[in-house]
Design a protein around this ligand. Structure first.
Ligand SMILES: NC(=O)N[C@@H](CC(=O)O)C(=O)O
Ligand SMILES: [Zn+2]
Ligand SMILES: [Zn+2]
Length: 424
């Protein structure tokens, strides 16, 4: 197959390119190339071609809450968003906390996933923070890394033991940082918004205190420690200091924490309820700066689908979380790249090369010998985000109706068109 009429990011600019694909692999990439008779032509329609994106933080809800999302629906949503590798979190029912549960999850993935899915196993049995899982057995059964995402690990000594065990296996500990005592029953950021709406608040320290504690433990144990969904300026400061001290710490930020702040919450509306919460503008600016300077390593969506009924409740009752897979690239491209703040190259690096490097996954580039696992993005046409057209079962987004460009139009996996949405 020959891909024509595409643009790649190269040497700091968009450059026209053609790609020859043979047996699912990239055989050649050039500005222009000759035709081989009888060769299939794929016209990319002037789109940006990039290696498929990787999202190391999503929720697929299977097994246990298939009404919110399944492996089939969530991976289709991922493809539509331009992702070709996703890592689902273990806060399912049951939790992938034993060899048997992990094997069951792997076989479901094998059956239903339409792309590469690398699942996490939990740190503790049932994510209860009390009994460590058999990390060796879980690694052998296919665990990508270990996390109790959804809840914070409250006991420092328990986290230390988890890091020691993970370090021995050469595996990463990925942490949802939340001190329950400080977070209390909060549902929004503690500050302007909690006062204005009269809702219980979650202080930034509920997150940053855990990061500081864990950074010290990571230094002590030599474990690779990765922080989920960083949301506050104080957390960025702690991570920066830990990195400067040579600690093996990495971090991610979500699109919504880069795009929104507490003043976007006008009323008690659970579409704006996520954990960690949207914080102040000062926090948001610190996240952007942290990402740009490399304190925060990359972007992950924390795609967290919930049902309409659940999200129609008051913020006091509704579950935390919003969807992200189908809106991430367009929102970030529209807000940060179109105005010249970031380059297309930076954004695609934060969605592919950087997360893959942090987790020692094979690199994906547009070069000979790489799998033709590609995303084609229309950088020009403007569309409105319509949550009713999501492929995800979760329609819970605060971005409904937002005008965006940078829309993924086609996703290819090893030379096969896995999803295409031209004129849709
Ligand atoms: N982020 C969220 O607000 N919710 C996540 C849990 C989590 O990522 O902590 C979920 O599972 O719904
Ligand atoms: Zn979390
Ligand atoms: Zn999560």
């Amino acid at each position: 197959m020959k891909i024509t009429n595409a643009f790649r990011w190269k040497e700091n600019s968009l450059q026209a390119c053609e790609i020859r694909v043979k047996d699912g692999m990239i055989a050649e990439v050039k500005a222009q190339m000759g035709e081989v008779s009888g060769e299939e032509i794929f016209d990319a329609g002037g789109t940006l071609v990039a290696p498929g994106f990787t999202d190391v933080h999503i929720h697929l809800r299977e097994p246990g809450a298939e009404y919110k999302e399944t492996i089939a629906s969530g991976t289709r949503a991922a493809l539509k968003g331009g992702f070709t590798t996703v890592c689902p979190m273990p806060n399912t029912s049951p939790v992938p906390d034993t060899k048997e549960n992990m094997e069951d999850l792997m076989s479901r993935i094998k059956k239903d996933a339409v792309m590469e899915v690398l699942p996490y196993a939990s740190i503790s049995l049932g994510q209860n923070g009390e009994i460590l899982t058999d990390m060796k057995a879980l690694k052998e059964a296919g665990a990508f890394a270990f996390t109790d995402d959804g809840v914070g690990i409250q006991e420092a000594s328990f986290m230390k033991k988890a890091m020691q065990n993970a370090a021995l296996l050469g595996m990463s500990i990925v942490a949802h940082c939340e001190d329950n005592g400080l977070a209390g029953s909060g549902v929004v950021h503690e500050g302007e918004v909690s006062e204005r709406l009269g809702l219980p608040g979650i202080p930034s320290s509920a997150e940053s205190v855990h990061i500081a504690r864990d950074a010290i433990l990571a230094g002590e144990t030599g474990c690779h420690y990765h922080v989920c969904h960083v949301s506050s300026a104080s957390s960025v400061r702690v991570i920066r200091e830990a990195k400067n001290a040579g600690i093996n710490i990495t971090a991610e930020v979500t699109p919504h924490h880069l795009l929104l702040n507490e003043s976007d919450i006008h009323k008690d509306d659970a579409m704006y309820k996520m954990n960690p919460p949207l914080r102040s503008e000062e926090d948001r600016q610190a996240l952007i700066q942290g990402l740009e300077e490399g304190t925060i390593d990359f972007i992950a969506t924390d795609h967290a689908p919930h049902s309409e009924d659940e999200k129609q409740q008051s913020m006091r009752k509704a579950p935390f979380g919003i969807t992200g897979l189908e809106t991430a690239f367009p929102l970030l491209y529209t807000t940060f790249v179109k105005n010249g703040h970031w380059t297309t190259g930076q954004l695609t690096e934060w969605l592919t090369a950087k997360p893959r490097k942090v987790f020692s996954m094979s690199q994906r580039t547009l070069e000979h010998g790489q799998p033709a696992t590609l995303t084609f993005v229309d950088l020009h046409t403007e569309e409105e985000i319509d949550r009713h057209r999501f492929l995800s079962k979760g329609k819970n987004t605060p971005f409904h109706g937002v005008k965006v460009s940078g829309i993924p139009k086609c996703t290819m996996i090893e030379g096969h068109i896995a999803w295409e949405g031209w004129n849709k």
